[in-house]
Every structure is written in structure tokens, then in C-alpha cells.
Design a protein around this ligand. Structure first.
Ligand SMILES: [Fe+2]
Length: 266
């Protein structure tokens, strides 16, 4: 991972959002086709097993976004093999990105696994989601929110994403050949006492119109284990605090589906 300048890296880490060039050998067309196939009313994935509130074929209340969402340990069971393998490829990107953040944070490497409830050392969990926006619903594409995990990898081929910079939302133009990477609350939390804290960017997707081409996206979330705890360390390896993952998740889900005026996270 390389930035064109030290200032660019600083800005990316402060805001918690940047573009990442996709490797030329990465096949994105097949996963995109898989995502498009979910639009068919008779797609078997529309009747997939639901696991709790976060996994399955889900239409979010008060949002146009509709998604097929599965955690890593369910990929082989439900996704076609090439999609499960694509997910593992994104795992390698997610792990490389969090390890770069932790490297710069100064947190001693032997604590990275504990800080991240396993993710940085190959455990933890991840979601591989295929999303689209249902224009029969009159609502935000996706309400303003911060992500709850560590790192989000987004492949979107149509406009609509906006990020909040200095108090104002700005378009994130589609840049062919690039993912949009953003940092989430869990990463902000674990780096908060370190030598290089990072931001978690607030973002949203504007409401899509029926006349727009259907907006698809592939979203990978690098996450801690749901039952785990996140630890904050400084560069000396001393702990500044910890939090259960459940607590953080519950708050953020609420922000996304309820009225945001009072309870948006700072
Ligand atoms: Fe998000």
C-alpha cells in the first residue's frame, strides 16, 4: 500500500477514507455479475437462511439498501466457490490495511491480535455483502452513518456515495480500477490512545431514482469477533481501556435505522 505523498497518507488516516488501486489480476466482473443476479425475483439467495439480524437477504428499514450479507464462516456454505474465494482475497487486503494502520500506530505488534479481537492476526470475522438500492422505497439510499468495523472495502460502479469532510457532504466519484476504503468505529476506538489515531468517516448514499441505473455494490467489512472485546493500547503497550464489541454494534445499528437527529455518534 503506497500513498503519493506523506500528506495524502495523513489526510486519509485523519478522515478515514481513501481510494485503493485494485490489482490488475483481481477479477471483479464475476463478483459483480453475481451481485446483479440477486436482482432477479426468483434468485434463490432471496430465500437464504437468516442468521440473526445481520446475515441473510436483508432490506434495511428506512433505507433503499437491500443486501445479501454473510459472515466469513458462512461463505463456503452459501456462496458459490469463486465468491467465497473472492472474499478470502478481500480478507488479505483487509488484514494488510489494518496491519499498516497498527504499524503506524506504534502499538507493539504482539498486541495487535488482542487489540482487534483477532482480526489483525487472521481471526476475527468479516462480512462479504452484495448490495443494491431499491427505488420502490422512497428514502435515503443509505442514511448517514459511520461503519462499526475496522476497515470497509467498497466496489461501487455507480455514483451516490458521499462522505462528510469538514462538516459538509461531498461526492465520492467512481474511480474505475479503485476500491473506496473507509475506516470504522472499531479502528478509531483501538487507535485512540496510540501514536497515530485514525478517523472513522461519516458517509451516506443519496436516494436513487427509478430512472437511475440500478446501483450495485460489493462491500467487505473487516470486523472483530462479535463476542470479543476491543482493547486500546498506547505505543508503550499500556492499555487505555476496552469495550465489548456487542455494545458498539448495537449503538451503530440503531443509528442507521432510527431517526438520526439525536443519536448520531460523534
Ligand atoms: Fe457504511
Amino acid at each position: 500500500m503506497a500513498f503519493s505523498s506523506a500528506a495524502d497518507l495523513d489526510r486519509a488516516w485523519d478522515l478515514g477514507v481513501f481510494y485503493l488501486k485494485t490489482p490488475d489480476e483481481l477479477n471483479l466482473e464475476d463478483p459483480r455479475d453475481f451481485g446483479r443476479s440477486l436482482l432477479a425475483a426468483d434468485s434463490p439467495y432471496r430465500a437464504i437462511t437468516q442468521y440473526g439480524e445481520l446475515e441473510g437477504f436483508i432490506a434495511l428499514e428506512n433505507n433503499q439498501q437491500t443486501k445479501l450479507a454473510l459472515r466469513r464462516h458462512h461463505w463456503d456454505l452459501h456462496y458459490p466457490q469463486h465468491i467465497a474465494e473472492f472474499g478470502r482475497c478481500l480478507d488479505s487486503f483487509g488484514i494488510a490495511i489494518i496491519r499498516e494502520v497498527l504499524h503506524q500506530s506504534g502499538i507493539p505488534e504482539n498486541l495487535w491480535g488482542r487489540a482487534s479481537a483477532g482480526y489483525a492476526t487472521g481471526a476475527g470475522t468479516a462480512f462479504l455483502n452484495f448490495v443494491h438500492y431499491d427505488t420502490h422505497v422512497s428514502a435515503w439510499g443509505l442514511r448517514p452513518h459511520t461503519d462499526y468495523g475496522f476497515v470497509t472495502i467498497l466496489d461501487a460502479i455507480a455514483p451516490g456515495l458521499q462522505v462528510e469532510i469538514d462538516g459538509a457532504f461531498q461526492d465520492v466519484p467512481v474511480l474505475p480500477g479503485h476500491f473506496v476504503i473507509n475506516f470504522g468505529e472499531a479502528l478509531r476506538f483501538i487507535t485512540a490512545y496510540s501514536a497515530r489515531p485514525v478517523g472513522a468517516v461519516t458517509h451516506r448514499v443519496v436516494g436513487q431514482k427509478a430512472t437511475d441505473p440500478v446501483r450495485h455494490g460489493i462491500v467487505y467489512f473487516a470486523n472483530p469477533d462479535l463476542d470479543g472485546a476491543l482493547w486500546q493500547f498506547d505505543a508503550n503497550g499500556d492499555s487505555g481501556g476496552n469495550s465489548s464489541v456487542q455494545k458498539l454494534f448495537a449503538m451503530l445499528e440503531k443509528n442507521l435505522t432510527e431517526d438520526i437527529h439525536e443519536n448520531r455518534m460523534g
